[in-house]
Write a protein that binds this ligand. Sequence first.
Ligand SMILES: C[S@@+](CC[C@H](N)C(=O)[O-])C[C@H]1O[C@@H](n2cnc3c(N)ncnc32)[C@H](O)[C@@H]1O
Length: 268
Amino acid sequence: MTEPSEIYYGYRINRYITGLSIGIGIAAVLLVGVSIMRTYPLWAVILSGGMVVILCIFGVFWYFTMDAATNPKTIELFKKYFGDFLRQIWDGKGKALDIGTGRGVAAITVAKQFPAAQVVGVDTWSRMWGWFGMTKEGCELNARIEKVQDRCTFTKGNALELPFEEGTFGLVVSTFAFHEIRVPDRMVLFEEVLRVLMRGGRFLILDMFPQGYGVNAVEEMVEKIEGLGAQEVIYTSLEETGIELGRLRHIKGMGFLMGKKGNNGRLE
Ligand SMILES: C[S@@+](CC[C@H](N)C(=O)[O-])C[C@H]1O[C@@H](n2cnc3c(N)ncnc32)[C@H](O)[C@@H]1O
């Protein structure tokens, strides 16, 4: 069997979700019509009417956010801008880690951007994400398609307990993964990021901030991360960057958080 030659990052599911919710919404509209015409009980009309409203609102929301943000053109833009950000903060010498790599998009972007870098993608790859196509095999296939398989490896592991020694990496990245990790306070993720980074190593996280970090504002979150031993922590919302990432840039708190592991702090 020949191997697929087209890069795929696991986002097609968004199109299916849009289609499904709008499709079920249309079916529910028909059901409302039939219920009225056939004088079905009031509860049947209310139930199907409610379904129409909920699914249509959800479908439209999904279409304008995730679906619009994950078409192949947007992914290309994302990779370009993510790469530009990376060039500002890292020289590309050494090892990089992508946390919650999914199907390897950020890991592969780093590997392509920095020809001397060795990159590791780590993920739990639960069954649910497998349905989205986010698997270790999918990452390895994408790395082969992009011809970076010699410098990209993918390892199963939990972001809350990364399977790496202290100070292993010069760069840690993560895209759209931190908000998926259910813990009372996501600050523990930064403890792990700073543990596996070497002194002076950089991190760049693209996600929604500061929800889930036990703070009210992003400034407070920055202070908390600096308290863990990070320096030069800067948050830039997608809105501020002007990056045209579809409607995704309107999602509250979506932005880049970058910083470096300093020489002070309790993780030193
Ligand atoms: C929305 S996807 C993003 C994937 C990829 N980074 C991207 O930008 O396409 C979230 C990813 O986080 C991973 N994930 C969730 N919880 C995790 C955990 N505790 N440790 C490592 N990865 C996790 C999921 O398996 C999934 O691949």
